[in-house]
Design a protein around this ligand. Structure first.
Ligand code: IVH
Length: 724
């Protein structure tokens, strides 16, 4: 498409050098480009540019407007916040969480997986353990809930806990039975919705013939089709469904994975014919290669092979680690590669100040997706691979991971291209950027970090984005885009500011009605039936309600939301469980500042928390402006006490130490079992220990327990206790 020559030229001029005429043309171009990006992102489920590119457009628009306030357009993008992530569908809470799979990237990873399983179960060398192997379908997962044989709810995965209710759309998919005969009273069937290559090509032909853009890949269309407000549109797009797992059940389907899937097939579901059972790593890998060889002719997209422990009693014993089952893994196909030109290197500043070099590339298609950006990791990486702007580079993209530049094609290097100079100052706030020392290793970190802390707008903004993210406060209607504009316009500068929005609006201090918050994502249609961008409002009240709903917040979510270095979801959960409530955590972190303080030692007794993580927490609370920000936040919210995982268990909330050899289970299994029952597992004995479970060979820990008068149990005592 030919662009207006003036606009094309002015797009390259720095804001400070634009003439008023150029600025006007540039504002027009930016309004159009941002509008198009919004449309693609929000209405078509098909982003055309990356978040960073989008941000850059908005930033440039804002800067030009600041310099030429009179030229600001009536339809200026700065006056509207993009629509929130779709709230088109009712939410559906899953009866059993929908988890994701851990990944294996090569044969060794698979061997490791099998070894881990065997070790956890404590199997002897000659004990066989069978695994199933089946294609990993590249679609989107769906949970189908049948009650008394009738399909009641079809829900997408969402964040794993809550998905979207897409029942009316699922009903239009031929592979999904509406009713079942001979099914358990409650049966949740899980599987993948996808589109075949044939249907995808036919659909694209039709779209192009109708003057629409072609869809990028089948997965995207499948997702877009299933998440259509109008079930008639879903019905016009042929989708398929393979069943491969289950959620809540009123009675077990079978004793093994293989038989359970066969049962699903008998009930009327399509299952994958390439699912087979094997009893050693070599055979699993053999099947992987077989599936890989047939990949191109399957007629649908797959991105790897999933291995699952066959015996369901083993699966139960193995359980889960945070979001992944220990009993399964996804062996991914190798990343796809492509060659392109590195046009520019930008530096992004992350939530913890980390400077990440990002490669801006000449657009290139890799495995069906257009890639324009790739990560360059850090300064060392650029030096090691001698990557320079202007180079021809090989990039690779594996599944949903960020693409990376893996190699320079040296022969194609033009004369005179210069080495990249990594900045020593933060490109956003100008503070020094340094390689910190890692306290665990004493070595300088490979990453440069901005030392500006909250003074740095980039860090403050990224922290806020993290604060509202899915695994943190997860406020409906308040996503990245809204945070961006609220922050840029000074409406929300810190977490507490989110919770004072209503009050400030009521007092007339701010005017959120200027923003486009769009509640249901429901778009009006124009005469031609095309969806119109949101016009405005009324959703402000919905946003306030959504914010109020989150004032009561679980402890792990709150801790994770603070964005403390080295404290993500998993460690947040450990801290929550250990300290029980926010006040105790806060006090402990403050008292633990000295490394010889009892509070510090107590922190390190948390199984899974080492010096680095402890430092992250302590340093965070050591910073006065963090404490102030947390105090202001605490004035607004109501953190809940951590609830022990299974409060009815006699060991819930108790601290347990395992020592010596266990005979009926492995140490890993004992630990996992205790945690599932809500106990805290500690690596060392202190006065706070409730039980020491001692097997043969127990030494100093047993002695210490006796000295402190801590209850000592045999493995049999423990088994009897948890069986209660
Ligand atoms: S089993 C506990 N089997 O992969 C996990 N998942 O990364 C149960 N997927 O969300 C999933 N093909 O969407 C399983 N044959 C297969 C699969 C499969 C595709 C997807 C699924 C899941 C994701 C996990």
């Amino acid at each position: 498409m030919a662009k207006a020559p003036k606009a094309a030229k002015s797009s390259a001029i720095p804001v400070g050098k634009l003439t008023p005429d150029e600025a006007e043309a540039e504002l027009a171009r930016l309004a159009a480009d941002i509008g198009r990006a919004d449309e693609a992102y929000y209405n078509n489920d098909k982003p055309e540019i990356t978040d960073a590119e989008y941000d850059a457009l908005r930033r440039r628009n804002l800067l030009i407007e600041k310099r030429f306030p009179k030229l600001k357009r009536k339809d200026s993008p700065s006056d509207r916040v993009g629509a929130p992530p779709s709230a088109k569908f009712e939410k559906a809470k899953h009866a059993a969480p929908m988890l994701s799979l851990d990944n294996a990237f090569n044969d060794d990873d698979v061997a490791e997986f099998v070894k881990r399983v065997r070790k956890f179960l404590g199997l002897k060398e000659d004990d066989a353990v069978a695994f199933t192997a089946e294609p990993k379908i590249d679609g989107l997962s769906l949970n189908l809930r049948y009650e008394k044989g009738e399909l009641k709810i079809a829900a997408t995965r969402g964040d794993g806990e809550t998905g979207e209710n897409v029942t009316s759309n699922a009903l239009t998919i031929a592979d999904i039975p509406k009713s079942l005969k001979g099914a358990p009273e409650i049966l949740e069937v899980r599987g993948e919705v996808f589109m075949s290559h044939e249907d995808f090509e036919a659909l694209n032909k039709r779209l192009v013939a109708e003057g629409e853009d072609a869809a990028p890949n089948p997965r995207n269309v499948a997702a877009g089709s299933l998440r259509q407000l109008d079930a008639a549109v879903t019905a016009s797009r042929p989708l398929n469904f393979f069943a491969y797992a289950w959620g809540e059940l009123s009675e077990p389907l079978a004793d093994t994975q293989m038989e359970a899937v066969q049962k699903l097939r008998k009930l009327g579901f399509k299952t994958n014919a390439l699912m087979k059972r094997f009893d050693n790593v070599e055979k699993l890998l053999g099947h992987y290669r077989e599936i890989e060889a047939r990949r191109a002719s399957l007629g649908y997209d797959i991105d790897g092979v999933v291995y699952k422990v066959d015996r369901l009693d083993y699966q139960d014993r193995l359980g889960f680690v945070s979001r992944h089952p220990r009993w399964a893994t996804a062996h991914k196909f190798p990343a796809e590669k492509a060659t392109t030109v590195l046009e520019k290197i930008d530096i992004q500043v992350g939530r913890t100040g980390k400077l990440t070099p990002v490669a801006r590339l000449k657009p290139v298609t890799v495995g069906g997706v257009v890639v324009t950006n790739a990560t360059l990791h850090n300064e060392d990486y650029i030096v090691e691979k001698d990557i320079r702007v202007g180079d021809t580079v090989i990039i690779q993209r594996a599944g949903d991971v960020i693409p990376q530049v893996v190699e320079v094609v040296q022969e194609k290097r033009r004369k005179g291209v210069r080495r990249f100079k990594f900045p020593t100052e933060c490109p956003v706030c100008g503070s020094h950027a340094v390689n910190e020392e890692n306290p665990a290793t004493g070595k300088a970190d490979v990453d440069k970090r901005c030392t500006g802390g909250l003074i740095c707008a980039a860090q403050a903004k990224e922290r806020l984005k993290h604060f509202v993210s899915r695994q943190a406060f997860d406020i409906e209607g308040l996503g990245t885009k809204q945070i961006e504009s609220f922050f840029d316009e000074g409406i929300v500068k810190e977490p507490a500011g989110i919770f004072t929005l209503r009050q400030r609006q009521d007092a007339g201090a701010i005017d959120l009605y200027r923003y486009d918050l769009d509640d249901k994502g429901a778009r009006k249609r124009d005469k031609a039936g095309k969806e119109k961008p949101p016009t405005n409002l009324k959703s402000v009240q919905n946003l306030f309600d959504a914010i109020d709903e989150r004032r009561r917040i679980s402890l792990p979510r709150l801790i994770n939301a603070l964005g403390i270095r080295h404290v993500g979801e998993t460690n947040a959960r450990l801290f929550a469980l250990h300290y029980g409530d926010f006040k105790s955590l806060y006090e402990a972190a403050t008292k633990a500042r000295e490394e010889d303080a009892p509070a510090y030692e107590d922190m390190l007794t948390i199984d899974g928390v080492g010096a680095l993580v402890a430092r992250g927490l302590i340093d965070f609370f050591d910073e006065p402006h963090n404490r102030d920000a947390v105090d202001r936040l605490l004035d607004e919210i109501d953190p809940q006490q951590a609830e022990a995982a299974a409060s009815s268990s006699p060991v819930a909330g108790k601290t347990v130490v395992f020592t010596g050899t266990l005979e009926t289970m492995t140490r890993d299994e004992a630990k996992a079992q205790a945690q599932t029952l809500g106990a805290k597992v500690s690596g060392s004995v202190s006065a706070k220990t409730d039980y020491v479970v001692a097997g043969p060979g127990a030494g100093s820990k047993l002695k210490k327990a006796e000295a402190l008068g801590v209850a000592v149990l045999t493995e049999a005592d423990w088994a009897a206790l948890v069986a209660r």
